[in-house]
Ligand binder design. Structure first.
Ligand code: G4P
Length: 282
């Protein structure tokens, strides 16, 4: 499947990120817990070199818990401070604070040796579109946090949210771009809805999803739609269309509507909390 991406957006986002990153101590990178590999852009490794790094597996409420645990371990082994959360739940984000302190331990020590006490650590959120960056910032900052104005040495217009005495958060997230070169990555981004369906062949995406779920989570399709899971994906799609009455003229199955229905069910976890990637396979 061929996907279009816009180099103009990419270059602008990269430049903005390069500027912002100079101001911060720790990058809190968000990925989607259902696709922790495909929703991560490796370019951040060079962009954020020399910075402390925290990896947040967001939308953990939509992924399979056991797989998410494996991903946490996977990224910890790569030297990240990793944590799985649901950014819509403010309480769950409390776990980030001790991680920031751990990740910035050396910087805090260095400051202390120089006699600089209580200088807040500066953090920024980064990630590809739709991983939950804005949601995370809103939940993490909450309503009570004061925004700090422009400061000497800080680019004009940058807003910092003071979370507490120890941490300031840049109020605009760093936007990374998805890596589309690998078609399997593009497909998984399409499954979770990170690529507009209008740009894709929805039926093709739905059939690929059926193929994946049937193989990795046998029984889930049958459980929701009460149709057999054997045969070609298009046959399963047709059965679902019949059962759900997604019909076109002449009582034939409307494949487009059926595909939209399946994608919507998956994206709203009606098919269960399913992970699309596993560390053993990357
Ligand atoms: P972005 O800034 O990275 O582009 O993402 P944004 O925060 O806009 O979040 C994208 C969508 O993901 C939003 O849903 C948001 O509510 C949802 N979301 C973010 N974090 C989580 C999470 O941890 N768990 C779950 N289940 N959802 C999360 P939306 O469809 O745009 O709106 P709505 O669903 O809130 O109506």
């Amino acid at each position: 499947m061929q996907l279009q991406w816009y180099p103009g957006h990419m270059t602008k986002a990269k430049r903005a990120m390069q500027e912002d990153i100079k101001l911060i101590d720790v990058v809190i990178e968000l990925v989607d817990a259902r696709i922790p590999f495909s929703s991560k852009n490796p370019d951040i490794d060079s962009l954020a070199s020399g910075k402390s790094r925290i990896l947040v597996l967001n939308k953990a409420d939509m992924a399979e818990q056991a797989a998410t645990k494996q991903w946490e371990k996977y990224y910890e082994a790569k030297g990240y401070f990793a944590v799985a959360v649901n950014a819509t739940k403010r309480n769950e984000l409390k776990a980030i604070h001790p991680l920031i302190q751990k990740a910035c331990k050396e910087k805090i020590e260095r400051d202390r040796k120089r006699g600089i006490l209580n200088r807040p650590v500066r953090a920024m959120i980064a990630g590809i579109p739709n991983v939950g960056k804005s949601t995370f910032i809103n939940s993490f900052a909450g309503k009570s946090c004061a925004k700090t104005g422009n400061k000497p040495g800080v680019t004009k217009g940058k807003q910092w949210i003071r979370l507490n005495k120890q941490v300031e958060l840049l109020d605009t997230p760093g936007i990374l771009w998805p890596k589309f070169e690998d078609p399997a990555v593009g497909l998984r981004l399409a499954f979770i809805g990170s690529i507009k369906d209008e740009l894709l062949n929805r039926t093709e995406v739905a059939m690929e999803l059926i193929g994946f779920i049937r193989k990795s989570y046998p029984g889930k399709i049958e459980q929701l739609y009460h149709v057999g899971e054997t045969g070609k994906p298009e046959e399963i799609l047709e059965r679902i269309g019949m059962v759900r009455k997604c019909l076109a003229k002449g009582e034939t199955v409307d494949f487009e509507r059926t595909s939209a229905l399946i994608l919507d069910d998956f994206r709203h976890t009606r098919l269960g909390t399913l992970s699309l990637e596993f560390p053993a396979a990357v």
